[in-house]
Design a protein around this ligand. Structure first.
Ligand code: BEZ
Length: 221
């Protein structure tokens, strides 16, 4: 079964991109990475998404995350489409700040389980879904999100998720619903109270619940 699961080492594939041939692990180096796929070049939703990703490129850079997109067309198409994308975002003449992988043979899309069976091109071939893979500096998959081709993603939410991934990779905490950086986080359930008190100098507060179980433990990082 093609596809990749959380914790798997992300495949070290080779591919042609708009900035040349890459070997994925070398491209990532010691950084975090985000690979996001698109159904096809010169399509409306994809153009809006790529434009938003380009506008947020500095935010990804600030977090040490290398960006790379993928679509099932050629390098030449990608280069031409990039000009449309930047013009759509009122930045005509500025290069797209990240490469796009050419997967015109759909090999990578099959390997990574990214095809959307419900959306097909004029030749009847399936298009790529909107996948998001976040890869850690250890080259392991930390997050995957899979949207159908017909639903555009929210890249601000993806940044929020990366903030959570990077925080929870360092500290024994988890981020609650709708969390944003700076807000209280939750102590992970496996950490005993005695260790939590020692680990979190800002203190740990517990919310009382009808069950009497003290599992909702908050702290401020
Ligand atoms: C789009 O990017 O607009 C799109 C691509 C494939 C199916 C539906 C929408």
């Amino acid at each position: 079964m093609p596809g990749i699961l959380l914790g798997d080492v992300f495949p070290n594939f080779e591919a042609d991109t708009t900035t040349g041939r890459i070997k994925f692990h070398d491209f990532l180096g010691d950084s975090w990475g985000i690979l996001f796929s698109h159904p096809a070049d010169f399509t409306p939703v994809c153009t809006t998404e790529l434009s938003r990703a380009a506008k947020l490129a500095d935010e990804f850079k600030k977090r040490g995350v290398k960006m790379i997109a993928l679509s099932i067309d050629s390098v030449e198409d990608h280069k031409n489409w990039s000009k449309d994308v930047m013009a759509y975002g009122n930045e005509a003449g500025t290069p797209l700040p990240f490469p796009i992988i050419a997967d015109d043979k759909r090999e990578l899309s099959v390997q990574l389980g990214m095809l959307d069976p419900d959306e097909r091109n004029k030749a009847g071939l399936p298009l790529t879904a909107r996948c998001v893979f976040v890869i850690g500096p250890d080259k392991k998959l930390k997050l995957s999100i899979l949207y159908p081709a017909t639903t555009g993603r929210n890249f601000v939410e993806i940044l929020r998720v990366i903030d959570s991934l990077q925080l929870t990779a360092q500290k024994k905490v988890a981020t609650p619903v709708d969390w944003k950086p700076g807000e209280k986080v939750m102590v992970i359930p496996s950490l005993p109270d005695s260790e939590a008190t020692a680990l979190f100098p800002n203190g740990v507060t517990t919310k009382e619940l009808p069950s009497g179980k003290k599992y909702l433990r908050y702290t401020q990082i």
